[in-house]
Design a protein around this ligand. Structure first.
Ligand code: MD3
Ligand code: FE
Length: 203
C-alpha cells in the first residue's frame, strides 16, 4: 500500500466522464477570456514548459520580476474571469473550508512538459487546503516532505482524480515528472490540464 504524507487525500476517479466533460467546457470558456500564456522563471527568464492561466479574484503569475498573485492577466491586462460555479461547489463539498477559493490556477501540459520539485508558498495564508483536479492524460506526480532533501513518493494522477493538500502536506515539495501520452481521450489533441483552487490572503 502506498502511504502518502499526512494531510494528502487522493480521491481517484472522483469526477465521472460527464463531470470531466462539463468541467472541460467551463475551462475552455475561461481560456477564451484569459488565454494560456507561458510564464518565465524570475531572474533567468527561462520559460516554463507548462502554459498557464487563472480564474478567480487573484491569479498566480511568474515573470522575470517575481512569482506573485495579481488581479489581472499579465498579457491582456484584463481581470481574471470568475471561477466557474461547478468548481466553487467542488471546493465546498471537498474542503468544507469556510470561505470560497480566491484563485484557480489552470496548468496545461503538452506531452513533454513537466514541473520541477517546488513548494507553493506565494500565498499569505497556509491554513486553507489546496484542491487539485486532473483532466486529460495521466501524469507521474511526486511529493516529498517540507524540506527538499527529504525522500519523495510518486504516484499517477489520472483524469478525474482529485487531490486535497492540507495540514502537514500544505508546504510539501511536489512536482510533475512526466506526462503519459495517449492515456486519456478527454482532450482531443492530448495533454493534461491541472486545476488548483486556493485561498491566497489571510481570511
Ligand atoms: C502539494 N501543480 O500548480 S497539483 C502547482 O499537477 C502544482 O499541475 C501540479 O504544483 C500539477 O503549484 C500539482 C497537486 C498539488 C497542488 C498543490 C500543492 C500538490 C500540492 C500544494 C502543496 C503541496
Ligand atoms: Fe505546486
Amino acid at each position: 500500500m502506498l502511504v502518502l504524507p499526512n494531510g494528502v487525500r487522493h480521491i481517484p476517479g472522483h469526477l465521472d466522464r460527464d463531470e470531466q466533460q462539463s468541467l472541460l467546457e467551463d475551462i475552455r470558456a475561461v481560456v477564451g477570456q484569459a488565454p494560456l500564456y507561458r510564464p518565465e522563471m524570475p531572474r533567468s527568464g527561462k520559460p516554463f514548459s507548462v502554459r498557464m492561466t487563472n480564474c478567480g479574484d487573484l491569479g498566480w503569475v511568474a515573470d522575470k520580476a517575481s512569482y506573485r498573485y495579481q488581479d489581472r492577466h499579465p498579457v491582456t491586462g484584463a481581470p481574471w474571469p470568475p471561477i466557474p460555479e461547478r468548481l466553487l461547489k467542488l471546493w465546498d463539498d471537498l474542503t468544507g473550508y469556510p470561505g470560497p477559493p480566491q484563485a484557480c490556477l489552470v496548468n496545461f501540459y503538452h506531452t513533454s512538459a513537466r514541473m520541477g520539485l517546488h513548494q507553493d508558498r506565494d500565498e499569505s495564508d497556509f491554513s486553507a487546503p489546496v484542491l487539485s483536479i486532473s483532466l486529460g492524460d495521466a501524469c507521474l506526480f511526486r511529493i516529498g516532505g517540507t524540506e527538499r532533501r527529504q525522500p519523495t513518493r510518486s504516484f499517477r494522477l489520472e483524469s478525474g482524480d482529485v487531490v486535497i493538500l492540507g495540514g502537514e502536506s500544505r508546504l510539501a515539495f511536489h512536482g510533475v515528472d512526466r506526462i503519459y501520452p495517449m492515456t486519456s481521450t478527454l482532450l482531443k489533441d492530448g495533454g493534461r490540464i491541472n486545476l488548483t483552487l486556493r485561498r491566497v490572503t489571510a481570511s
